[in-house]
Design a protein around this ligand. Sequence first.
Ligand SMILES: [Zn+2]
Ligand SMILES: [Zn+2]
Length: 465
Amino acid sequence: MGFVSRPSGVAQDDSGAQPKPTHLAPAPPNSDATASEIPRSDKYVDKLLRAAEPLPPISWSNWRKQIRWFNLSVIVITPLLALYGAATTNLDSRTLWFSVFYYVFNMIGITAGYHRLWSHRAYNASKPLEYFLAVAGGGSVQGAIWWWARGHRSHHRYTDTDLDPYNAERGFWWSHVVWMLVKPRIKPGPADISDLRKNAVVQWQYRHYFAIALIWGIIIPTVIPGYFWFDWRGGYFYAGFFRIVAVHHSTFAVNSLAHWLGESTFDDKHTPKDHLLTAFVTLGEGYHNFHHQFPMDYRNAVKWYQWDPTKWFIAVCNRLGLASHLRVFPEREIDKGRLTMQLKRFKAKQDMLEWPMDSNDLPVINWESFKEQSETRPLILVGGFIHDLSSFMDQHPGGRGLLSSNVGKDATTAFLGGVYEHSHAAHNLLAMMRVGVLFGGLEHVSEIVVPPGQRLRVVNYGVEI
Ligand SMILES: [Zn+2]
Ligand SMILES: [Zn+2]
């Protein structure tokens, strides 16, 4: 029967004819399950986690076997060499500028190559551009494209779960660097990388990764300052090791800082955030909330003034004919996400305010009782609602006299323009003084029933977001 699952509710017909639709089974009685309330046991991530065989917790007796010693060496030795070099080597200004240039070159390899091209297929790259990005990214010494993109796809697919290799829920430092230094307790969740297996450049870079990392990570940045302005030592330490450390931690910041600092502009279900600071240190990858919502978009920043040099680089490559099929999500879908978050903030504010009592929660009083109670306190009828103005008599901008003359009476016409056409603020304030509903007196003055402050509301349909 194969392994392609059929959508439920569609009949199976072995004759080969078109499948006939059938009716969905009715929900069991008292079932409150909805599409958004799938039991946890049915969720794919939970199934994978149940089937996972986690490694034992790291302890004093097993930690030596649990460390990824090669990664640890690279992460620890490079900054030590960079610091030693900085303390013992003069910084030539030409070497400084070359190091900055080389940093940008490596970062472009990571952001435009490893990330947006190979992890997300956000655009198509010509072969020359692919090779350029493969060596630029290889020179940043953070693994081959294949390994990097595979982990990143798991990160997107299982964000904030134990199947996410750099799960931000485990803390800032875990997502920044610690995840690389120990063997994962649970293997990263499965991700489809069949396209990378077929990609000639990815495979070429994987086969020659260590040579590429050595040549483009250390040898070239040493030789260029050495050959052209005789600063071999400066090239080795500043353009080599210092720059590698900077590229490392800039990239790592996408997993840590971008999941920790900033705003949830498009969705707040998970940890990714948007922040200018993160964008500055990552060549534009700091609009990470956008990126997790619209991962195949070649942009991370959607506004022209937001800092996203990686996007500009891809756009220039497109102009030069080196990149094509730049993918963008429909603008309306981006607007929906942004609007939802804005409405959510409005709703939180709306929920914090005090609102008038609903007519269903107020006592129903007949005309005689209203008249009688008006003898002892200033009750006024407006739009079928009875209001107690005790606290407002001396605060009425039109004076106490106007109110006094309407106590015990229906002041609807006077309130709505017969004497003075009151402001929306006055409508809202009046509604806060409701104490009852006149028996049979509500329907015909709908203008009063819903005060202006309640005519536009943010409401949830179904499940909270
Ligand atoms: Zn992320
Ligand atoms: Zn990504």
